[in-house]
Design a protein around this ligand. Structure first.
Ligand code: PEP
Ligand code: MG
Length: 325
């Protein structure tokens, strides 16, 4: 199936209306990086940093992490890499971390909540990232930000570490971009100042969808009830895009849904211009985007949601069929 899309590798994901969507890839290992070339991704839109912490019996050392991050940046060359700071708790549990049993781990002490309450590991990771960049640009984002203050505090940790690393005589990143993952509905309603402070927003659709519908992403029974193309969810995505546009804050989508061609096409019609997905999805998503006019997709979605349906999927699929797919 991959050969089918091989001819598209050097081609942009340009829709018939002329709009181009930037397609990035998700990664989590050095071994994923060769896919940048083979998939034609424009960069790594999400580098999950949990694996280096999970596959071992104790906390990795700063030097080890810095070496790994530097290799990732080396392998990416001129293509940007967005490093997400440690996102543990909920579905990702560290064997060596003492934690209390929680009745609802997905709603519990996880991700940035751990990072802010016990900042030691996160600060060490930030130091490793700064050293890995070693004068190159650095882009990082924080997971699971639910309110402005969490982002402000997390960002302050970065500024503090930059200052500290500078005093220690390390080369500082040429520039640094600090973003927030939007994974809880609350953040979409944060004050305007949050959107101004964030260098970019990345929608973590896996978590966002589970909280939007109150449906556990790990529980097949409830997860399947709620379609990504549900009119409420699409309208919410559209609203996030609009809020980001008000402050010129770049926004992308990096959940698994970005790698599903029909979902990706509908997100693009809702205004998203950057999507990050597993490398194998880039070909299929690009193939579909290049065949459609996003204004037409938008018109189909608008007509569909005006008709009172629960999900626009049926109408979108029907329209695609009339296009001869
Ligand atoms: C997400 O929630 O969509 C996301 C990209 O993060 P993760 O799947 O690692 O929670
Ligand atoms: Mg998430």
């Amino acid at each position: 199936a991959q050969e089918r899309y091989a001819g598209l590798i050097g081609q942009p994901a340009q829709a018939k209306c002329g709009t181009t969507i930037a397609l990035h890839m998700n990664a989590g290992l050095i071994a994923d990086l060769p896919s940048l070339e083979s998939s034609g991704a424009e960069g790594v839109g999400l580098f999950r940093t949990e694996l280096q912490f999970l596959a071992r019996s104790n906390v990795p050392r700063r030097g080890e992490l810095a070496a790994i991050y530097a290799r990732v940046m080396d392998a990416a060359g001129d293509k940007p890499v967005v490093f997400r700071t440690l996102d543990i708790g909920s579905d990702k549990v560290l064997p060596y971390m003492k934690r209390e049993e929680e009745p609802n781990p997905a709603l519990g002490w996880r991700a940035i909540r751990v990072g802010l309450d016990k900042p030691g590991v996160m600060r060490m990771q930030l130091q490793a990232l700064i050293r890995a960049a070693n004068g190159r640009p650095l882009t990082l984002m924080f997971p699971f930000i639910a309110q402005f203050d969490e982002f402000r505090a997390a960002r302050q940790h970065v500024l503090d570490e930059i200052e500290r690393e500078g005093k220690l005589g390390h080369d500082l990143p040429e520039n640094i971009r600090i973003g927030a993952m939007l994974e809880t509905p609350s953040l979409a309603f944060a004050p305007r100042q949050f959107f101004e402070m964030a260098d970019f927003i990345s929608i973590g659709g896996n978590d966002l969808k589970q909280f939007f519908f109150a449906a556990d992403r790990e529980n097949e029974r409830v997860r399947r009830r709620y379609d990504t193309l549900n009119v409420s969810y699409l309208s919410f995505i559209e609203q996030i895009v609009r809020r980001c546009a008000e402050t010129d804050t770049p926004v992308s989508f990096c959940g698994e849904d970005a790698g599903r061609p029909i979902e990706a096409m509908c997100f693009a019609a809702m205004g998203l211009r950057t999507l990050s997905m597993r490398p194998a999805s880039i070909g299929p998503v690009k193939h579909l985007l290049r065949r459609v006019n996003l204004d037409d997709v938008r018109a189909v979605i608008d007509r569909s949601r005006g008709s009172g349906v629960q999900s626009v999927r049926g109408d979108v699929m029907e329209w695609l069929r009339t296009m001869g797919d």
